[in-house]
Design a binder for this molecule. Structure first.
Ligand code: AHM
Ligand code: MG
Length: 336
């Protein structure tokens, strides 16, 4: 309706987070500052991703440009953007990025109490063909009174304070949870601001879509095989599920969150721990799913209870609508 065409009272992500902060009178605004730096990183990467098709002209694809200067690949560029934004926030002490083998320990002068684990640009195989890709992040806080060490990030996902992702798709969407529900914001390019467009996201209790790389079916275990079979040939009288698989975790999880259904990256005979990384892929997405009323399961346990031993550890993951994940849990329980 006409009035909606000119909404003048916009809930920006900054205003939203500042509002949430008033619920915690002891807070000194550190989290809002950290988040504004993450948001800046997302805008920067969004702008670079939108120019990716012009890579040959602009030299973004790791080729040499006209001036014969080496240009950075998008994933390397994105990593640098986030590392710099996070360090300069003055609110972080340990950073774990998918792109860096070792964790980054922030120098004492710039240190704060937050640890950020992130995948700066996930879905690398989709970059060059213009399919949606994204950034995934999770935030922990160190316990006070000790030097930061790796133990501070080798924590179960349920200890995260916040988690989110930004999807660089047909629009740029940031989905965030600070532990009280899930909210989605869309970048208004003309304002350069993320505006609350998807308040209080709840995943449908049961979905009609399953999402998995079926090319790996040959090596799947019994429960995964049975589950996918039941999606195609249900025996309870329900209709078969549709298959959707983009191959970008952010896009596949975003659709699952909004439309319902299940996303699977199981372990298999070749890769018993699957492909996805615990700290900056499995945990943040599991955190969001639970906050939206869904579930996340590793094949053995609730995903958020897993205690990682290494920063780049992998785990199988099944996440999505409550009832759909319940099905796969039953199949794994029956196996034991
Ligand atoms: P990447 O970190 O190399 O981009 O790999 C992670 C991506 C996820 O976004 C996606 O869910 C998965 O790999 C797809 O893997 P596959 O191609 O094996 O189906
Ligand atoms: Mg990744």
């Amino acid at each position: 309706h006409a009035a909606d065409a000119h909404r003048t009272d916009l809930m920006t992500i900054t205003r939203f987070v500042l509002n949430e902060q008033t619920k915690h009178p002891e807070s000194r605004g550190d989290f809002s500052i950290l988040l504004s730096h993450i948001v800046l990183g997302c805008k920067f990467v969004c702008s670079a991703v939108n120019k990716a098709g012009l890579a040959k002209l602009l030299g973004l694809a790791g080729e040499t440009n006209v001036q014969a200067k080496d240009q950075k690949k998008l994933d390397v560029l994105s990593n640098e953007v986030f590392i710099k934004a996070l360090v300069s926030s003055g609110r972080t002490c340990i950073l774990v990025s998918e792109e860096d083998e070792e964790a980054t320990f922030v120098e004492p002068a710039k240190r704060g109490k937050y640890c950020v684990v992130f995948d700066p640009l996930d879905g690398s195989s989709n970059i060059d063909c213009g399919v949606s890709i994204g950034t995934i992040f999770g935030i922990y806080m160190i316990k006070e009174g000790h030097e930061p060490n790796l133990e501070d990030v080798l924590q179960p996902g349920m200890n995260m304070l916040a988690a989110g992702y930004c999807m660089y798709g047909s629009s740029c969407t940031l989905v965030l949870s600070t532990g009280s529900g899930v909210n989605g914001f869309t970048l208004d390019p003309s304002l350069g601001e993320f505006i609350l467009t998807h308040p209080y996201i709840k995943i449908p209790k049961k979905g009609k879509i399953y999402s998995v790389n079926e090319g790996n079916a040959k090596n799947w275990d019994g429960p995964t095989t049975k589950y996918v079979q039941s999606c195609k040939y249900p025996t309870d009288g329900s209709s078969p599920k549709s298959l959707r698989y983009i191959g970008s975790m952010v896009a596949d999880v975003h659709r699952t969150l909004l439309y319902g259904g299940i996303f699977l990256y199981p372990g298999d005979k070749k890769s018993p721990n699957g492909k996805l990384r615990v700290l900056y892929e499995v945990f943040p997405m599991s955190f969001l799913m639970e906050q939206a009323g869904g579930q996340a399961f590793t094949g053995k346990q609730r995903a958020l209870e897993l205690v990682p031993e290494k920063i780049h550890e992998r785990s199988p993951i099944f996440l999505g609508s409550y009832d759909d994940v319940e099905e796969i849990k039953k199949l794994y329980a029956a196996e034991e």
